[in-house]
Design a protein. Sequence first.
Length: 286
Amino acid sequence: MKLAAAVAGRVAEVHVHEGQQVSKGTLLVTLESGVEQAALMAAEADLSAANADSSRTLRGLRKEDVDAAVEEARAAESRAEQSRVTAEKTKALADKGSATPDELDKANTQATADRATAKAAEARMHSATSGGRSEDVLVARAKAEAARARRDQARASLERLMIKAPADGEVLQVKFRPGEYYVPGGAEPLLVMGDTRELYVRMDVDERDIARVSEKATAYAMADAFGDRKFSAEIVEVGRRMGRKNVRTDDPTERKDTKILEVVLKLSSAEGLVPGQRVVAYISTN
């Protein structure tokens, strides 16, 4: 399988090497994430402050707290308005192709989060100035929820820069090195990995021979590197439609216009063979 990141970025560190066996969830590649790490730290600090404010609200507000709530509401409203304007500008750029969908998504998410914060701050201000104790508690909790959402958002942004193994397998190829810039959708994936505990062979069967193929038939494969050694196999899948040849030789007598049926063989023993190696497969027709 070819692994890619959801966002572009410079490769900071490659944590694995080719041939390494990894388990699901293993960290494979990390993209540069200084900004995202700082954002997460700030979000966690905001959440701690919000939780502390919630606890303090349960004990009642002082005059200093009321003044702080008013100023906080004003600052939050300014941030929300700025985020809204930024989101609108980003949408206009995205419509022209000058901004990526990821940048637009980030701008919209930030605007939503800042608007929620502004509403919470405004509610806290009204509650603080009116002296309603129960309202104060509700507002403090809403503020804490908004801070928690920003923390989760920052953590998700950071995790998008950490590419992990989606399943158990072996690292077959590492395509990028630290310092190189990766772009999603490029010609090369970050790395290639697969489950090599069992190897399979895809075999082209000429259209003239498909009537002689049976899923119960035995088979074997041979590779030039191993001389006369035969690798026993079993048919596990027979294609349901004809297609073009996957493999062509330099034999001048080979038919170029013939169609083939793809048959998949599971090797019983593949010691020495490597993924991608070309072999010649044979199926018993007895």
